[in-house]
Design a protein around this ligand. Structure first.
Ligand code: CU
Length: 213
């Protein structure tokens, strides 16, 4: 079982915020203490300090350890994100002003992304006009859609439901309306939809009802 991207991203986020918050508290308290303890009134003649090797080692090594923790956490998650599982279902995604189109292996086209639950999905990302960015906030993945270039991302939906797909790169007048839906279905329902050569109409209806909620 592959590590969960959602957990990896959230852990890195919590670690970074945690360290930042800890430093904010420590620095603020130290600053306030110093203002009272070492002000001019109490120290009319300041002592002449010219260096402290132990202190310098401490304030070099501790931040180094902290940034290495952040780096390691981020890098592990990034490596996982860039390495789509071999058994992924590949779906082509095309961004254009101002909608997403999804194309499956059997050439089926939809404006809503239907996927079977539990299946790793690899999205190949294209753009036909300007730069867009495919963003699935619930799965913590985002990747640019660049004309003339193929990008990718992968995710694995572990439970059924409907999730947002957004464009996260300003791409013109109706950028803010460039939303679509990811619908995670039970495997049998997905293949029923997948193998049915139906018009796109029904998928458009599902999408519109969801968007209007
Ligand atoms: Cu866009």
């Amino acid at each position: 079982m592959r590590p969960n991207i959602i957990e990896q991203v959230d852990t890195t986020f919590i670690i970074t915020i945690g360290i930042s918050f800890f430093l904010l508290i420590v620095i603020t308290i130290t600053m306030i203490v110093f203002v009272f303890r070492y002000n001019k009134k109490r120290n009319p003649v300041p002592s002449n300090i010219s260096g402290n090797t132990l202190l310098e080692i401490i304030w070099t090594v501790i931040p180094l350890i902290l940034v290495m923790i952040i780096f390691f956490s981020g890098y592990t998650g990034f490596k996982n994100m860039r390495d789509a599982p071999e058994n992924s279902m590949v779906v082509k995604v095309t961004g254009q002003m101002w909608k997403w189109t999804f194309e499956y292996a059997n050439k089926k086209i939809s404006d809503t992304l239907f996927v079977p639950v539990g299946q790793p999905i690899k999205l190949e990302i294209y753009s036909v006009d300007v730069n867009h960015s495919l963003y699935l906030p619930a799965f913590r993945v985002k990747e640019d859609a660049i004309p003339g270039r193929v990008n990718y991302l992968w995710f694995q939906p572990m439970y059924e439901g409907t999730f947002d797909i957004a464009c996260a790169e300003y791409c013109g007048l109706s950028h803010s309306l460039m939303y679509s839906k990811l619908v995670v279905l039970p495997e049998n329902e997905f293949y029923e939809w997948y193998n049915k050569s139906q018009p796109i109409d029904s998928t458009i209806n599902i999408r519109n009802t969801d968007t209007q909620k």
